[in-house]
Design a protein around this ligand. Sequence first.
Ligand SMILES: [Zn+2]
Length: 430
Amino acid sequence: MSNQIERLINIVEERKEDLVSLLKRLIEYKTPAPPARNTKEAQQFIAEFLEEKGFSIDMWDVYPNDPNVVGVLKGKEPTLYNSLIINGHMDVAEVSEDEKWDVDPFVPIVKDDVIIGRGAADMKGGLAGALFAIQLLHEHGIRLPGDLILQSVIGEEVGEAGTLECCKKGYKADFAVVVDTSDLHIQGQGGVITGWITVKSDKTYHDATRRQMIHAGGKLFAASAIEKMTNIIHGLQDLERHWAVSKSYPGNPPGTNTINPAVIEGGRHAAFIADECRLWITVHYYPNETHEQIIKEIEEHILHVAHADPWLRENPPTFVWGGKSMIVDRGEIFPSLEVDPNHPGVKRLSQTHEHILSKEAIVDVSPTVTDGGWLGDAGIPTVIYGPGKLQHAHAVNEQLSIQELVEYTKVILAFIYEWCHSKKSELTVE
Ligand SMILES: [Zn+2]
């Protein structure tokens, strides 16, 4: 590693207080989602922060009061040298009234060398580390040969995919790092898709007709949509069990590919036979699978289940998959992300991690989902690499170790420097 970058890494340690202040500042912006629509001030801060460091800014509303910010720092020789996207979400998990925090979640404090506040682990810590790295590069007059793009997005916690909007605008790079919670592991992820399964009768009946539709001699070919939905739920359980037995992915515990019946709605009121029932499911699948494939498997299986029942055969269930927001159209997709351990970006990040921290780099699979899948879907080689433990994300007294934040900032600083100083497609490994 060059002397220049070795010096900068030492400065991270000396400037620890400034790094912690930056993270506290980010936590003080109240950006929980839900309710969302509250990130504008925080995003304005990011835009100004990056503009001061020479980035050109693209800021646009994804939803009212929830803008994305993309800052682009043009490199000196962008056609020759590698470009990098750093991606993080500004929204944080909701805080409900009855949560028993020791502190105000949006007035962060430092106690026993950890920072406590909503978003410390997920994922304002990662954003603070990356922003502080950018600040140090700027303060020391380092101009990168390759392009550096910082994306501060909205909506991740409610499946709103601010990152997808960045991809749709055409932002690309040779490599991307999503600085979301990974406890300094380099990670891919499985995918998630939600779906609604609806069982619907085209006729409505008085509750007094039930005898005729369920007992001998009744002669009424009809059914309760709620009761028929239980066939579908059992069918989903059979498929879930079959997947658990037959599929696996290295790094994921067996049976990670679950089908959760999360929400059920149905019926009109007690004087009716239920003529409609809707089931909201959450499906987790492996990094080497796509949501298109998963949708096909579930629909085929459930239509077979329906075929085995005389009424469902005539009234087959219908499916609506995914969605753009858990709070607007009640649906979401997080594409899966596979990490190629031999990609030059992954190798370089692993080496930088090992060199700076004298600890083995761990490449594995996140047990949760991040925006990384959208970048991967757009054809950008991507990893998740951020500070913070998942057990603290979304939790009461959410926290981040200052030591981990400092270590992270050193690695991401060195990685930005090294990656954007390495030539496209002929990465030299020292
Ligand atoms: Zn997150």
